[in-house]
Design a binder for this molecule. Structure first.
Ligand SMILES: Nc1ncnc2c1ncn2[C@@H]1O[C@H](COP(=O)(O)OP(=O)(O)OP(=O)(O)O)[C@@H](O)[C@H]1O
Ligand SMILES: [Mg+2]
Length: 240
């Protein structure tokens, strides 16, 4: 399925969406669905905008739109951390629709989240710094049997003030790996190019787009993993 991302995006966009159930532990309306179209079927998550709880610190746009913006950034940098995600209409109105990733249940997520030698996880920490992720929990790590590491739940990203809240602080203050710098350079060039910034502007305020560019510039300038913010809880609660 993920072999052809274009086909997956198309299926997510135009397929018929059927709600199978609600992910009960989720705080917003997060629905587990199947999506199908002429013989292709996949599982997905659908989060209707109508089910979003208002958040004082994310007054602009929608949480669903932030998930689309996170997908665009992950894709542009070549990280492929966010599963294919689209904005579309559904049985409860417009919202985000994201491919369901079957996580490898044999992976100990707590051990994975605490490890410091996993390049995929470290890449995710850089991605989180770029999108200013305010909710990187252990349960948002989705390692696949094939060895890819996805992340989910990017609704509270892109605040214009520094609000990084994550379980992945193990590299704080350490030098960014060369691969991260290359990805950041790529991202910076695409942000300057216009198309990516235009896409982000569809989902974020202009201050939030500008802050995203600034965070990439800061990372490229200092070339280190960020330190925890002093005036903001640095780890999500509960961390799982
Ligand atoms: N694309 C996906 N593939 C596989 N599992 C997913 C995906 N998206 C979400 N999940 C699973 O569903 C859970 C709830 O989804 P998510 O965290 O996005 O919802 P939420 O409404 O923001 O919930 P909360 O506020 O509790 O974090 C995730 O922790 C994860 O286990
Ligand atoms: Mg969540």
């Amino acid at each position: 399925m993920l072999g052809d991302e274009g086909a997956t995006l198309e299926l997510l966009t135009v397929g018929s969406l059927e709600v199978e159930g609600r992910l009960v532990e989720a705080s917003n309306a997060t629905l587990y669905c199947t999506i199908s179209r002429s013989g292709s079927t996949a599982a997905c998550v659908y989060k209707p905008v109508a089910g979003e709880r208002p958040l004082w610190d994310f007054p602009d746009g929608t949480l669903a739109g932030r998930e689309i913006a996170a997908y665009a950034v992950s894709k542009a940098a070549g990280w492929d951390i966010v599963p294919p995600t689209v904005y579309r209409d559904g049985p409860f109105g417009p919202g985000m629709c994201q491919l369901w990733i079957d996580a490898d249940e044999s992976v100990d997520l707590v051990a994975l989240a605490r490890s410091s030698g996993d390049a995929r996880l470290r890449q995710m920490a850089v991605f989180d710094a770029v999108v200013n992720n305010a909710d990187r929990k252990i349960g948002h790590l989705l390692p696949t049997v094939g060895g890819h590491l996805y992340g989910c739940d990017h609704g509270v990203c892109f605040g214009s003030e520094y609000k990084l809240r994550t379980v992945l602080w193990q590299w704080r203050g350490e030098r960014l790996p060369a691969a991260a710098l290359a990805a950041l350079e790529r991202l910076r060039a695409l942000l300057a190019d216009g198309e990516l910034a235009t896409e982000l502007a569809a989902w974020l305020s202009s201050a939030e787009v500008a802050a995203t560019v600034r965070r990439v510039d800061m990372l490229l300038k200092h070339q280190v993993h960020p330190l925890p913010p002093a005036d903001w809880p640095a780890v999500p609660w509960p961390p799982i």
